[in-house]
Design a protein. Structure first.
Lengths: 319, 242
């Protein structure tokens, strides 16, 4: 597999990269030879995907195996392997420079936007190789939304912020259908009651916590499958933080969430599973590489972790 | 692995709680031979001191409990720290209860005062006192050292005390048949034997908590597994409340 460049392929723009059981049709297999996927017989869709997990009680959304991320010659993440499960909140914790945000950004190919970034290993999304050259990274980002550290609404109206994604994705045009999407998204983001009477106001006039919930509304407006959250509460006060955490518990019924957080207590409070990353310093080059140390149920990670490094980190004896 | 202590004050307080638990267990542990001696010699003054000393243990226990709550509320302990604090709370309760049992024996000293006790029963009570003191000492050693192996062994070590308890009860019946003492005294003697036996049980409980602290093993797993097995067999767990 190769990466580091935009791998849009026209034949995939139509079929896209759709996870099973989504509101749309079943996904096509991008590993197949690029022909017009729509010409397939309907029954062909039910064939198992390459490497796809069977529909067990816990569906695997992301299956990461031996993933390495490089920025040029510098290896930022080494040999990470983990599975992210459907309708769960998965937290990534660890000290600065441990590669947790880098790995998160792989999940919707945000690293593509960095010229020198390169990914090796396997990252499967519903069994589909996310970094396959035929996969459309724009469609990936529609299905796998992201919320960033600092609230970053567009300098537009509240309504326009939420409507932007669905409009670009062609889900709806201006009118009642779009109004419904905007309202539903704002409701799901627990913001509707606070903004319903001022949808035309500039989003930048909202408080920090409201802006972040608006960004969540904007992310879910395109009907994604997964929400990636990169320290979504680090710029918020405790009350706004609690609101987002409560919101996440509601959202996980509809979405699978992966959150990077510096706040261990937050990971403990909100997540079902926790991955702890640490940093390895290469004594020769003095470079620091992120490694996945331990990944388990959150309860286990914070009450009785198996790895001494996890133990030291969560008890504040990090060295 | 080189680690840097980032939460020095918090971990010092955690260590201080641990030391207090050991100290309190030491006080209670010392009470056992004193209480046995007072009982067997009818030393009412010493019995009184033991009852008063138990108040001091109660005060220590309340203060320790409060410190544990403070740590939980203020420091959000995790992993081994969390297990250390929950274990300290359990240890605190088990030690405090063991102290109460020695106070009960001190009270029994008053109740049997002036009665002559069969030498065989006296011998058994002396042995039970020694065994109970040994069990408490081993339990607290396992806690202080984080010695999971010793903690697990306490259940079997306690068998000796259980046997002594059965022997003592049999001896009390025997003595009663020979009309060696009145029923009041017989009941008091049986209770005293039971108190020692219970101190042994509390030591076993402490061992279970130490095991949890060391490796995360939760006590009563075997009972819970039996309940699950019954659930699988009969579709319901028998109602034990009625």
């Amino acid at each position: 597999m190769t990466t580091g460049h935009d791998t849009r392929l026209d034949s995939f723009n139509d079929t896209g990269l759709y996870p099973p059981n989504n509101h749309r049709d079943r996904p096509e297999d991008p590993d197949m030879t690029a022909t017009d996927q729509r010409t397939q017989e309907p029954g062909a869709d039910s064939a198992p995907h390459d490497g796809a997990e069977p529909e067990t009680e816990r569906t695997v959304i992301f299956d990461v195996e031996d993933l390495n991320v490089y920025y040029g010659d510098f290896r930022a993440v080494r040999d990470a392997s983990l599975k992210v499960h459907k309708n769960e909140i998965t937290a990534f914790i660890g000290p600065s420079g441990c590669g947790k945000t880098t790995l998160l950004r792989c999940f919707n190919r945000m690293n593509d936007l960095i010229e020198t970034a390169r990914v090796t290993g396997s990252l499967r999304y519903h069994g589909v190789d996310l970094y396959h050259p035929k996969v459309d990274s724009v469609e990936v980002r529609r299905q796998i939304g992201m919320v960033f550290q600092k609230p970053n609404p567009f300098p537009k109206s509240i309504w326009a912020n939420v409507a932007y994604g669905p409009r670009v994705a062609g889900l709806a045009k201006k009118g009642p259908a779009m109004d419904d999407i905007v309202e539903n998204s704002l409701r799901k983001a627990a913001l509707w009651d606070e903004v319903k009477d001022r949808l035309d106001d500039n989003a930048l006039g909202l408080s920090g916590g409201q802006q972040q919930r608006l960004c969540i509304a904007r992310a879910i407006a395109t009907d994604p499958d997964v929400l990636l959250m990169d320290e979504p509460c680090s710029a918020l006060d405790p009350i706004a933080t609690t609101r987002i955490e409560e919101l996440m518990q509601g959202l996980k019924d509809d979405y699978s969430i992966v959150i990077v957080t510096h706040n261990m207590q937050q990971a403990a409070r909100v997540s079902d599973r926790t991955a702890f990353f640490s940093v390895e310093v290469n004594p020769e080059s003095d470079t620091r590489t992120g490694i996945l140390v331990e990944y388990d149920s959150t309860q286990k990670m914070f009450s009785n972790p198996a790895d001494e490094r996890t133990e030291n980190y969560v008890t504040g004896r990090f060295g | 692995m080189v680690t840097e202590e980032l939460r020095k004050t918090y971990h010092e307080e955690l260590e201080s709680v641990r030391e207090s638990i050991v100290r309190m267990a030491g006080v209670v542990g010392e009470t056992i031979p004193r209480g046995t001696e007072a009982f067997l010699s009818g030393d009412l003054a010493e019995a009184q001191r033991i009852i008063e000393d138990d108040d001091a243990v109660d005060a220590m226990s309340v203060e320790l409990e409060e410190r544990c709550y403070q740590l939980l509320a203020l420091q959000q302990p995790m992993a081994s720290d969390l297990r250390a604090i929950t274990t300290a709370l359990w240890m605190n309760a088990e030690i405090e209860r063991s102290g109460d049992l020695m106070a009960n024996i001190a009270q029994a000293t008053r109740r049997v005062y002036g009665s002559s006790i069969d030498p065989r029963i006296r011998g058994l009570i002396a042995q039970m006192g020694e065994e109970a003191a040994r069990l408490v000492r081993l339990a607290i050693d396992s806690y202080a050292e984080g010695n999971s192996g010793l903690a697990v062994a306490l259940d079997d070590i306690d068998d000796r005390l259980d046997e002594l308890h059965l022997d003592a009860i049999a001896a009390i019946f025997e003595s009663n048949r020979e009309n060696a003492f009145d029923l009041q005294v017989g009941v008091q003697l049986a209770l005293v034997c039971r108190f020692y036996e219970r101190i042994g049980d509390h030591a076993v409980n402490m061992g279970e908590r130490v095991r949890y602290m060391v490796d995360g093993w939760l006590p009563e797993h075997s009972g819970a597994l039996r309940a699950q097995a019954r659930l699988a067999d009969f579709g319901t767990v028998p109602d034990v409340t009625s």
